[in-house]
Design a protein around this ligand. Structure first.
Ligand SMILES: Cc1ncc(COP(=O)(O)O)c(C=O)c1O
Length: 453
């Protein structure tokens, strides 16, 4: 099939989505409620999900490897969760008081993720926001070191240098803080200290210069908003030492990584930060955010001194979802299953790419992985910028035509396998990849990498 035929086929099978988008745009700017969902020629509108499958409004069935940007390691509507939530909904979804299941969930999380205390909130966004406030409160300092290319949620404190354009980013060893949205207060942007991921010497130099006023170092231990970037051996350990030497609070944003291994990133890399932030997968598809950490820091959330509040925080619906998801679905056995599937998918990609001589680099670990349309490995934001966005788009569209959502939306994202995926799902995914490989090779269209925040 030529690319033109492929594109026409996509439009022919997704007429319902085109129509839904046209209506949505009239009442919701750009027709989406998270800018990251906007794609060309229009976003898919979905009607139903179950297990590893999604059905769009035209009734097309997809094997889903987006899994809601990593939020569905439990799969869509896991039957155990559905049953528990039905009971929950029938007996009150929010009390305006504490319920008695939050403490058992907190105990489970403390043990599982090696933290002394947790505080519940609703999303990744409000959890990373709280973690930074807490770090500033306990240190009495203002600055936060974050890494170029990393995303920590759509809030002003950390909306800096998420996808900065080359011409604004400055020296690779001393990146400029670049605002990621209009509407940010310059003083807040200037409070972000930007460092290059995987470059320990440069990070140490930057952190030491800011040390007097450095409240926190925040990072995804495996950055998953520039594809999937593995930390170089010793990098996380080095950051631990830098935080200790400068007195900054080390925060791991585990909104994604927390759902990739049973015990989160600490299980995979053996480094313990002071605070860990969780979201996405822990709620099994229901909003749930968590900040956990040492008693010394967490206990300073003293009412009247450090604000932590939210009408929906620890609501019984989210808490039941978290408890059932973590204790009955994302068990060690469940995680091993998802990892076996992820491993088979990653290996299959490496094989297929080699067979077709494709211009792609596969980076995967555990249940997630990605293809970077680039010959060289991606180790940081600067190396990510060479990725061919046009080829990614052709790949995503052609795979969808074959009933596979290959990964989350965007060349900066990754696939997620879940407890619901099977080896047959992997075979279908790889068969589709094999079919579209030559088309991707031929496809040439320069599409700029834009910041979708
Ligand atoms: C690493 C990371 N942190 C925080 C967030 C924000 O989470 P939420 O979208 O639930 O606010 C995201 C969302 O994609 C994320 O990937």
């Amino acid at each position: 099939m030529s690319w033109e035929e492929e594109f026409e086929a996509f439009k022919a099978r997704t007429k319902g989505s085109a129509k839904a988008w046209a209506s949505a745009k009239k009442v919701m700017p750009f027709g989406v409620n998270s800018n990251y969902r906007l794609t060309d020629p229009y976003p898919l509108y979905m009607g139903r999900g179950k297990g590893s499958r999604l059905w769009d409004v035209d009734g097309n069935e997809y094997v889903d490897f987006n899994m809601a940007f990593g939020a569905l390691v439990a799969g869509h509507s896991h039957p155990v969760l559905v049953k528990a939530l039905k009971d929950r909904v029938a007996n009150g979804t929010i009390y305006g008081y504490e319920g008695d299941e939050a403490a058992p969930l907190a105990e489970h999380m403390c043990k599982r993720f090696h933290v002394d205390r947790v505080k519940f909130s609703m999303t990744g966004l409000d959890s990373t926001l709280f973690s930074v406030r807490l770090a500033r409160a306990v240190t009495g300092r203002r600055k936060v070191l974050k890494f170029e290319g990393c995303y920590h949620g759509s809030h002003d404190t950390l909306m800096v240098s998420i996808k900065p354009a080359k011409e604004r980013s400055g020296d690779a060893k001393r990146p400029n803080p670049v605002p990621s949205s209009k509407g940010l207060v310059p003083e807040l942007v200037a409070s972000a200290v930007i460092a290059p991921f995987n470059d320990l010497d440069a990070t140490r130099a930057i952190a030491e210069d800011a040390a007097d006023d450095l409240a926190a170092i925040i990072l995804e231990p495996v950055p998953m908003n520039m594809g999937l970037v593995l930390p170089r051996p010793g990098f996380l350990e080095g950051l631990r030492r830098i935080a200790d030497d400068t007195g900054a609070v080390l925060i791991f944003d585990e909104v994604k990584t927390g759902g990739k291994w049973y015990g989160g990133a600490e299980e995979a890399f053996g480094v313990r930060p002071d605070l860990k932030v969780f979201g996405k997968a822990i709620g099994g598809g229901i909003p749930l955010g968590v900040v956990g950490g040492t008693a010394g820091i967490m206990d300073q959330t003293v009412p009247g001194q450090v604000a932590h509040a939210g009408t929906f925080n620890a609501n019984p619906l989210s808490i039941t979802a978290g408890l059932v998801t973590l204790t009955e679905i994302l068990t060690p056995k469940g995680m091993r299953h998802a990892q076996r599937i992820g491993d088979a998918l990653g290996k299959g990609y490496v094989r297929t790419i080699k067979e077709h001589g494709l211009f792609m680099t596969v980076q995967y670990k555990g249940i997630s992985g990605t293809v970077h349309f680039s010959y060289h490995p991606v180790v940081d934001w600067r190396s990510f910028q060479d990725v061919d966005v046009g080829k990614w788009w052709a790949y995503d569209t052609a795979m969808k035509n074959r009933g596979i959502i290959p990964m989350a939306t965007g060349p900066d994202e990754q696939w997620t396998t879940s407890v619901a995926h099977t080896m047959e799902d992997v075979e279908d995914h790889l068969a589709a990849l094999d079919e579209v490989a030559e088309l991707i090779k031929r496809f040439q269209e320069a599409i700029p990498l834009v910041e979708a925040v």
